[in-house]
Design a protein. Structure first.
Length: 80
């Protein structure tokens, strides 16, 4: 699920995200950081949702919604 832009993003442990090619930067929360790192690693949405349920103790349905919403935001910002 990666494109060239998302694959080049650098994400640190505090959720700071930097695109070295454009110089753009933004921050994400812990959930967003987990989703973004998984997308950079080309993980499938279902696998990301499972990881969220394990890491954040949320329902699978809530995790799936979080993944969908985050991906929609990435598309809106033309990162996906």
């Amino acid at each position: 699920m990666t494109n060239n832009r998302i694959a080049r993003l650098a994400v640190n442990e505090e959720g700071f995200v930097f695109d070295p090619q454009t110089g753009e930067s933004f921050t994400v929360n812990d959930t967003g950081k987990t989703i973004l790192k998984a997308l950079i690693e080309s993980k499938a949405q279902e696998g990301i949702a499972i990881k969220l349920t394990e890491q954040f103790n949320v329902s699978h349905q809530e995790a799936q919604a979080d993944v969908r919403d985050f991906i929609q935001h990435l598309r809106a910002y033309q990162l996906l």
